[in-house]
Design a protein around this ligand. Sequence first.
Ligand code: UP5
Ligand code: MG
Length: 199
Amino acid sequence: FSPSDVTVLFVLGGPGAGKGTQCANLVRDYHFTHLSAGDLLRSEQDRPGSQYGQLIKDCIKNGTIVPQEVTIALLENAMRAAISSSQKQHHHKFLIDGFPRKMDQALKFEEIVCPARLVLFYDCPEAEMERRLLERGKTSGRADDNADSIRKRFRTFVETSMPVVDHYAGGGRVVKVDATPSPDRVYTVTQDKLREVLG
Ligand code: UP5
Ligand code: MG
């Protein structure tokens, strides 16, 4: 994909920071296509005949990262599908949510798919993210919304995913938003900051 045809925003933040919640707002108001890497992996896991089902299941439960080839192929397919199903030939804007969460993924995606315009980073203290995930876990049915998996997800985030955010911050491509306040408040700040940067 060429940056003249598509705009890619990476949406990062710890587990439970509110990435999905804010992406839904942005889709409603700005016609982005939202692709959650976690959602794509969960649906691949459940696809009958998938050769990656067990691998994905194990990674999600342990909060580890699925090999980049798998995730990048799912994202690329989803981007192509979104573009080919849109009627008009217009510029396509993607929110890639929860990806890249490891340096190798970031470099590979930008090399073979498309460079990202910027990274929207939701910053939230662990105690608050834990509270949200345990609350959601009462009804979500997600295999990783339990205390044990949450602890492992936090560790992976700190050790493996924060370096990705730092890498983009070094390149001046990060828009950081405090994700602690209410969803509405977080969204207002998101809109203000994106307007500043993207116009
Ligand atoms: N909530 C949201 N905002 C709130 C606010 N401001 N105040 C109070 N409550 C708020 O929100 C989480 C919960 O908090 C919800 O109940 C919400 O109502 C509430 P959500 O918007 O879902 O947060 P999000 O950041 O999207 O949390 P999620 O759990 O989806 O984050 P993860 O990053 O952990 O999950 P993801 O699906 O991206 O990845 C899951 C796993 O897939 C990873 O651990 C990994 O094993 C695997 N994976 C890969 O291997 N590679 C990838 O590239 C991506 C994923
Ligand atoms: Mg999510």
